[in-house]
Design a protein around this ligand. Structure first.
Ligand SMILES: *Cc1c(COP(=O)(O)O)cnc(C)c1O
Length: 404
């Protein structure tokens, strides 16, 4: 047996990822430590997943407790933790029914299948077209990657599922032209995440709602990244005041435990009758216990209000850094979902900021080739934000210096 190291990855793992040189071994709140004991402030949060930080004591306690009670039954039996979570989600949102899955992609797979099935049941097989958007991202299964609007993720996987049309995000005219009686669903992220932190315009969402009503199409919001408090509302649709028919949620929902959910109305849920869809693990007791702990922490006035305030603070500090170094042409997003679009000089090179960040003890992400993304724990303190931005400034200074 040789020692496990980063080199082991290259020896035994499928090469679809390119993980960093360091291996984090412990986390607490927004802090991470690697094998050598180096400390990092984590503003990547497992790609907007660790919304209550690493190893939150209440979540650890919930998982520990459930681990000695009951893990898994399959859906031949239901379990109390998942029913409690479903009830909380129903009480907190427009939804009346919940389907649980293990990831965002799976939640979306369920959503797209439901939209198809519903249209099929009520209007016939001809009504099967899904309208989706360029730069959208909905997961990596063949169906979800096909609904996503980033060709680089479907290349080589053809033939792809049919009946999917892509149009420009935030373009009302194109949506008006594309939608018809054949449309079964309009699928979008209220803020495109992987595509570059690109918020929908309020009037675009209002129009999408109106058109879906007129053409009997389901309005599907993929809130896998925007959901569970990320924008300062429990779900982003609440901030926009536009209610979807189907909503998907994952990432922060499990706070690091793999889970996802599809929320919908009674009316739509009826179309997913017994046997029409399923999952072996979806909604198991461990996931339920963790999800309950996470939503109890996040869905409070204090935390959600805090997300809005801390988002403003972080953007102000980013603006101050940018006034000095002029590396970003736009700082956008909502709450603690922040994207910094890089200036011409750094187009396609947002990754440079991620690498430099690591050297200065700060973890950030990219969202596409030209946007630096910051999506920290919703519980990050103002003091931690100040420290994180001080480190980020040193990283920016290094990138600027190295580019000269
Ligand atoms: C991350 C993400 C997904 C995919 O979630 P997985 O858990 O990786 O399957 C889907 N939609 C959006 C908007 C996402 O950000």
């Amino acid at each position: 047996m040789t020692a496990i190291s980063r080199e082991t990855f290259d020896q035994v793992m499928v090469p679809n990822y390119a993980p960093a040189a360091i291996i984090p071994v412990r986390g607490e709140g927004v802090h991470l430590w690697d094998e050598q004991g180096n400390e990092y402030l984590d503003l990547a949060a497992g790609i907007a997943v660790n919304a209550v930080g690493h190893c939150h004591p209440k979540v650890v306690a919930a998982l520990d407790h459930q681990a000695s009670q009951l893990w898994h039954l399959s859906n031949a039996y239901t379990n109390k933790p998942i029913l409690a979570l479903a009830e909380k989600l129903v009480n907190a949102t427009f939804a009346e029914k919940v389907f649980f899955a293990n990831s965002g992609g799976e939640a979306n797979e369920a959503a797209f299948k439901l939209a198809r099935k519903h249209a099929h049941n009520h209007f016939g097989a001809e009504k099967n077209e899904i309208i989706a958007f360029v730069n959208g991202f909905h997961g990596r299964t063949l169906f979800t990657v096909s609904v996503g609007g980033q060709p680089k993720y479907t290349e080589g996987y053809e033939p792809l599922p049919g009946g999917i049309t892509h149009i420009e995000f935030n373009n009302i005219e194109q949506l008006e032209d594309a939608i018809s009686e054949r449309t079964c669903a309009v699928v979008l992220e209220p803020i495109q995440g992987e595509g570059g932190i690109l918020p929908a315009n309020a009037d675009f969402l209002t129009k999408a709602r109106e058109l879906c009503d007129r053409f009997n199409a389901a309005l599907v919001f993929d809130e896998v990244q925007t959901g569970m408090g990320r924008t300062g509302d429990l779900y982003a649709y609440m901030g926009y005041g536009v209610i979807p028919d189907i909503l998907t949620t994952a990432k922060a929902l499990g706070g690091g435990f793999p889970m996802g959910a599809m929320l919908t109305t009674d009316h739509f849920a009826q179309s997913m009758g017994i046997g029409s869809h399923g999952s072996t693990y979806g909604g198991n007791a461990l996931a339920g216990a963790v999800g309950n702990a996470v939503i109890d922490i996040i869905n409070t006035e204090d935390v959600l209000q805090g997300v809005k305030q801390k988002g403003i603070l972080m953007r102000d500090l980013l603006q101050t850094i940018n006034d000095k170094y002029q590396v970003f042409d736009e700082i956008r997003g909502k709450g603690l979902m922040i994207g910094c679009g890089v200036v011409e000089k750094f187009q396609g090179k947002a990754k440079a900021f991620v690498g430099a960040g690591l050297q200065h003890g700060i973890m950030v992400l990219v969202a596409g080739p030209s946007t630096v993304r910051l999506v920290p724990s919703l519980l990050i303190t103002e003091e931690e934000i100040h420290e994180a931005m001080a480190r980020f400034e040193r990283a920016v200074a290094q990138v600027v210096k190295e580019s000269q």
